[in-house]
Ligand binder design. Structure first.
Ligand SMILES: C[S@@+](CC[C@H](N)C(=O)[O-])C[C@H]1O[C@@H](n2cnc3c(N)ncnc32)[C@H](O)[C@@H]1O
Length: 316
């Protein structure tokens, strides 16, 4: 079955109740031995049914997330545990799978033992919208467009630099940092890197190199997209080529001497430190936020984004 077909199946089965046919058993007969639970493709789940991520996509997600043994990877809605087990086996990472269906949790634990990675992998029976996973350095998702949107506020509170990987579904107006189209699975793989919050006004220190550094920076941010200007009192220079990846902010501007400066700064809360480089050499740079930090207001999906997410699924 192609991924397209499975996605379509997901759309169809989503929200349908699992109908169990109960057959009565005679008291006179001995109870049959309990059959071990066997997962079925497309079996219903709490918010989305179960389909496993294909191997080619798992591998590509790990490449895009640059998953290593230093990572703690959490799969939200972990099904039969294939992603946490692969993360431990292939990348040596520690991993946690959070899965609502207790039978799938048992299957996952058995598979982790079979794969010999039970020391590195854990499975938790819980609802992904309630469970705590803020310590993850990588989060993987194979859910539904609307569920990705519901997770956005929680994901955007995670530590800057945390990588979010999604099979098939995007995050609407939160653009991915990287996308791969995997033709053999007919699906996309997406990466987002949780951005630091840089929005606000920043006072600049170390103004020793005359002309090089402005008095202040005003930054405006939506997800990882940043724009702003550098205020030299006598003029403002609009920042060029701004790029925020995790806690690393880069931007350029032309200073009061007419020199183009290239900035690289690391953001830690209300402080950023780094360097400004021009043809004249390198200047140390430090800035402190003077405005009250604000949360990512755009994290909560708008009604339009939710409607678009529903439409995306309907079009599959
Ligand atoms: C499409 S499968 C993905 C399985 C696995 N992550 C993978 O990529 O191979 C989605 C899984 O999420 C589980 N699930 C659905 N709603 C959930 C919820 N609210 N909390 C935890 N798990 C959930 C389902 O039981 C199912 O196993």
């Amino acid at each position: 079955m192609t991924s397209w077909t499975l996605n379509k199946l997901a759309a169809l089965v989503l929200g349908s109740a699992c109908v169990l046919s109960l057959t009565s058993t005679s008291l006179a007969q001995p109870a049959p031995a309990a059959k071990a639970f066997e997962p079925r493709l497309g079996q219903s789940g709490k918010d989305v049914m179960w389909l496993p991520t294909k191997e080619a996509i798992v591998e590509r997600l790990f490449q895009m997330g640059e998953v290593t043994r230093r990572d703690f990877i959490v799969d939200l809605g972990s099904g039969d545990g294939n992603i946490p087990i692969a993360a431990a086996r292939q990348r040596g990472a520690r991993a946690l799978g959070i899965e609502y269906n207790p039978n799938m949790v048992e299957v996952s634990k058995r598979r982790a033992i079979e794969a010999g990675v039970q020391d590195k992998v854990e499975f938790l029976q819980a609802d992904i919208f309630v469970a705590e996973y803020s310590k993850a350095s990588v989060v993987t998702l194979y859910l539904l467009p609307e569920l990705n949107l519901r997770l956005r506020p929680t994901l955007l509170k995670m530590k800057p630099g945390t990588r979010i990987l999604s099979n098939s579904w995007d995050m609407q107006t939160w653009q991915p940092d990287e996308t791969s189209a995997i033709s053999q699975a007919n699906a996309n793989a997406y990466l987002w890197v949780i951005p630091a919050r840089v929005d606000g006004n920043w006072a600049v220190k170390y103004r020793a190199a005359a002309g090089a550094l402005p008095v202040s920076l005003a930054l405006r941010q939506r997800f990882q997209m940043v724009e702003g200007d550098a205020d030299f009192r006598s003029f403002k220079a609009v920042l060029q080529d701004t790029r925020l990846r995790g806690d690393t902010l880069r931007f350029d501007y032309r200073d009061s001497r007419g020199e183009m400066l290239h900035f690289v700064a690391r953001v830690e809360g209300d402080r950023m430190t780094g360097t400004a480089t021009s043809r004249q050499g390198r200047t140390r740079f430090e800035a402190k936020r003077t405005s009250t930090p604000t949360p990512f207001e755009e994290a909560v999906a708008t009604p339009q984004e939710i409607a678009d997410a529903v439409r995306v699924l309907g079009n599959q």
